[in-house]
Design a protein around this ligand. Structure first.
Ligand code: GFB
Length: 314
C-alpha cells in the first residue's frame, strides 16, 4: 500500500494502538492521522463525522475502545457495553459514509464462546454461550463484528476484523484492579521483589489457560496485512492473531518471577473469578496469509518489565 496513504489510527495511545503506530512508522507510512481524546471524542457522532469529512482517511484501524481485565469488565458492564457500541457505530458508519477503502476493526479473543473447542477457529464465533464476566463487552464487540461483516455483504467493503488474543507489552495499563492479568502480575511480583515479600496472591485458582501476544507483534501483523493486495487483504472476514500456544496463569506468574529473578511463592484468592477456562486461538488463517508471531514470551516479559520500570513503577 502506498506510503502516502492517509491512515487514521483510532486509539493510538493504548497498548494495541501504540504498538500499531510504532509498526506503521517503522514501515515508512508518512500520513498517519491520530487524535487525542481531548481533540476528538469518538462517543460523539457529530464530532466523529466532522473529523472524517475534514480528514478523509483512506484506511482506518480502530483500536479505540473501553477495555480492561476480568474485574473491570464484571464491575462496569454498562460502561463497557455502551462506550464500545457508541465508538464502533460512530467510527464504522462514518468510514462507510466517507468511502474509507480499508478498515481493520480490533475485537478480542474473549468474545468467543466460553467453552469453545480449542484451539478456537474464527467460525466458532456465536456458536455457544459467552463468558459471564465480560458478557457486556463481548456483546458490544460482537455487534462491531456484525457491522463489519454487514458492510462486506451489503456494500462489498474491504473491511476486516482482527481477533487478538491477550495482549501485553509497552504502554500497558498497570491499575491493580482494572488491568489485565499480565500487567497485574508484573506489578505484583515487582512489588514483592522490592519489598522482600515472600508471597504473591493470584486471583482465582491459577488454573485457567491464557495465550499472550506481544503487542508489537500485533503491530507487525497489521502492517503485513496492509501490504497485501486487495483480494488477499479482504479474503477473510475475521483473522485470529495469536502465538498458537498457551499456559496456565500460575505458569505465567512463575515465568515472570523467574525473569524478575525473585523467589516468591503464590497463594490463591478464589473469591475472585477464573473467567474463561481457556481461549487458545487457531492461527492458521493468518499463517496462510504469510504471517506468524515472532516474539517469545520470555523476551516479551523482559521488554514489558523494562517499560514498567521506566514508565509505571513509581
Ligand atoms: O487478563 P484478564 O484479567 O482477563 O485475566 P481474561 C484474568 C485471568 O487471570 C483470570 C487471573 O483467570 C484471573 O483469575 N488472574 C490472576 C488475574 N491474578 C490476576 C490479577 O491480579 N489481575 C487480573 N486481571 N487477573 C479478558 C476480558 O479476559 O480478556 C477482556 O475480560 C479482554 O474483555 C481480555 O478481552 C483480552 O483474559 O479472563
Amino acid at each position: 500500500m502506498d506510503k502516502q496513504t492517509r491512515i487514521y489510527l483510532a486509539g493510538h495511545l493504548g497498548l494495541a494502538g501504540s504498538a500499531i503506530a510504532r509498526a506503521l512508522r517503522a514501515s515508512g507510512y508518512q500520513n498517519i492521522i491520530t487524535k487525542n481524546h481531548q481533540d476528538l471524542e469518538l462517543l460523539d457522532q457529530v464530532a466523529t463525522d466532522n473529523f472524517f469529512k475534514a480528514y478523509q482517511p483512506q484506511v482506518v484501524i480502530l483500536c479505540a475502545a473501553k477495555v480492561g481485565g476480568i474485574l473491570a469488565n464484571s464491575t462496569y458492564p454498562y460502561d463497557f457495553c455502551y462506550q464500545n457500541l457508541s465508538i464502533q457505530n460512530n467510527v464504522i458508519s462514518s468510514a462507510h459514509k466517507y468511502n474509507v477503502q480499508r478498515f481493520i476493526f480490533l475485537a478480542s479473543s474473549c468474545i468467543y464462546p466460553k467453552l469453545a473447542s480449542q484451539p478456537i477457529r474464527e467460525e466458532y464465533l456465536l456458536t455457544g454461550t459467552l463468558e459471564e464476566t465480560n458478557h457486556a463487552y463481548a456483546i458490544a464487540k460482537l455487534a462491531g463484528v456484525e457491522l463489519i461483516n454487514s458492510l462486506r455483504k451489503q456494500h462489498n467493503r474491504s473491511y476486516i476484523t482482527l481477533m487478538p488474543t491477550n495482549l501485553y507489552g509497552i504502554g500497558d495499563s498497570y491499575d491493580t484492579n482494572h488491568s489485565h492479568v499480565f500487567a497485574a502480575l508484573i506489578k505484583k511480583i515487582h512489588q514483592a521483589k522490592i519489598s522482600n515479600q515472600p508471597t504473591v496472591t493470584l486471583w482465582g485458582t491459577g488454573k485457567p489457560r491464557r495465550e499472550f501476544l506481544f503487542s508489537d507483534d500485533l503491530g507487525d501483523a497489521v502492517c503485513h496485512l496492509l501490504q497485501l493486495d486487495e483480494p488477499t487483504f479482504t479474503s477473510f472476514d475475521m483473522l485470529n492473531v495469536g502465538v498458537g500456544r498457551d499456559g496456565t496463569i500460575l505458569e505465567l506468574a512463575q515465568t515472570i518471577a523467574q525473569i524478575l529473578q525473585t523467589n516468591v511463592t503464590f497463594t490463591f484468592d478464589t473469591s475472585k473469578p477464573d473467567g474463561t477456562p481457556q481461549k487458545l486461538l487457531d492461527v492458521s488463517r493468518l499463517k496462510s496469509l504469510g504471517w506468524s508471531a515472532k516474539t517469545p514470551l520470555e523476551t516479551g516479559v523482559s521488554i514489558a518489565y523494562q517499560d514498567f520500570l521506566q514508565n509505571h513503577s513509581t
